[in-house]
Ligand binder design. Structure first.
Ligand code: NAD
Ligand code: ZN
Length: 356
């Protein structure tokens, strides 16, 4: 079993990574006195893996209640949140209670948000079941739901008390979701680690998956420790996301899933970075990215026009003062944050995408 610590003083916690971890780690983690335990999951995850979690909790003599939401991004909504909070009320979850988020990033964000606002905050454990959630969303304490006006507009910072990444749960993950997680892993490599980037480019099997997840969690933990509230360095993790969120939104959250949109976003950021001279041409960032993304079946071309992208991007949380912070690579392993006015961004997007 691998362990990464997220060192945040009194909010520090462990990320445990490896196969077949659930039973052992849960019984250790849940020793001691807890009030009510409530598991939040989605219908798909519960059908596939509910029994594994149930038997681990039973083996630790933990009684619990389960609330399920439909699978998919639409469940990150105020209406599902309200159902969950009513479930907490109906089941007498007290301040000494514990919430377990068992699912992908949707469940982690939703359950984490519910835990953070219930009675002004109860403890929660993240048990991520997608690769994306293991390397990204379960770590760092950002919780949220979406509004029609945009993604993640309502949320909190609320750190989990433990993350258990049991890689055996990934056996049932559909190919497309697998790629989505790889896209985020490629992001970490591009931002911080040429060696991770290189390993992902030539990855042929998943033997080293726990090690690679560990590296990503370590990189995220480091960034979160330096800037828990996302005012500086943590913004780097948005590489590919400022463009990617716009792609996701313009595709109505159906045409592209998150990781696919981020892949397109990383390519756009590299192209824009080259145009303004931040991304060194001799570093071959763009062609290296193209190679690794296509090797994993991820899309690289943006089908939307400059003006569509501009409008969607200016709704981003990183937009301010009539412009937006762009995360651009200088080289593989080194990124910087560059502010561009809306007019400058428009001109760049027109150059890169055309204005149809
Ligand atoms: N909080 C953060 O820091 C952070 C970071 C990145 C992403 N996110 C959020 O995470 C969400 C995306 O997460 P996601 O990609 O995990 O999506 P998801 O939770 O919707 O999971 C994707 C799909 O995979 C299914 N699934 C989950 N585990 C499975 C398994 N083991 N086997 C088979 N199917 C399984 C789910 O039912 C769902 O249909 C987005 O809402 C995004 O905004 C949050
Ligand atoms: Zn992401």
């Amino acid at each position: 079993m691998k362990k990464v610590i997220v060192p945040l003083e009194d909010r520090s916690y462990d990320i445990l990574i490896g196969p077949h971890l659930l039973a052992e780690t849960l019984s250790n983690a849940l020793q001691g006195s807890y009030g009510k335990v409530i598991v939040i999951s989605d219908e798909t995850v519960w059908q596939l893996h509910g029994t594994a979690l149930e038997s681990s909790l039973n083996a630790a003599s933990i009684t619990f209640n389960t609330v399920l939401v439909p699978a998919g991004e639409k469940s990150k909504s105020l209406s599902e949140l309200e159902k969950i909070l009513n479930f907490f009320a109906g089941n007498g979850l007290g301040r000494d209670g514990l919430v377990i988020a068992f699912g992908g990033g949707v469940i982690g964000d939703l359950a984490g948000f519910a835990a953070s606002i219930w009675m002004r905050g109860v403890r929660y454990i993240q048990i991520p079941t997608t690769l994306l959630a293991m390397v990204d969303s379960s770590v760092g304490g950002k919780t949220a739901v979406n509004l029609n006006a945009g993604k993640n507009l309502v949320g909190t910072f609320w750190q989990p008390s433990l993350v258990i990444a049991d890689t055996s749960l990934l056996k049932t993950l559909p190919e497309r979701e697998w790629r989505c997680g790889l896209s985020e892993m490629i992001k970490y490599g591009a931002l911080f680690s040429p060696s991770l980037f290189e390993e992902l480019a030539s990855m042929e099997n998943t033997d080293r998956l726990p090690e690679l997840i560990e590296i990503c969690c370590y990189l995220k933990s480091d960034t979160v420790q330096a800037d828990e509230r996302d005012n500086g360095q943590r913004m780097l993790l948005n590489y590919g996301h400022t463009f990617g969120h716009a792609v996701e939104k313009l595709g109505d959250f159906e045409q592209f899933n998150h990781g696919e949109a981020v892949a397109i976003g990383m390519m756009l950021a590299a192209t824009v970075g080259e145009r303004i001279g931040i991304t060194k041409l001799e570093s071959n960032c763009k062609s290296q990215l193209e190679k690794v993304l296509t090797a994993h079946g991820l899309p690289i071309n943006c089908p939307f026009s400059a003006n569509e992208m501009l409008q969607a991007m200016m709704m981003d949380k990183k937009a301010h003062d009539g412009g937006i912070e762009l995360i651009l690579l200088e080289d593989i392993g080194k990124a910087s944050i560059v502010w561009k006015s809306a007019a400058e961004l428009q001109a760049l997007l027109i150059e890169v995408l055309g204005n149809e």
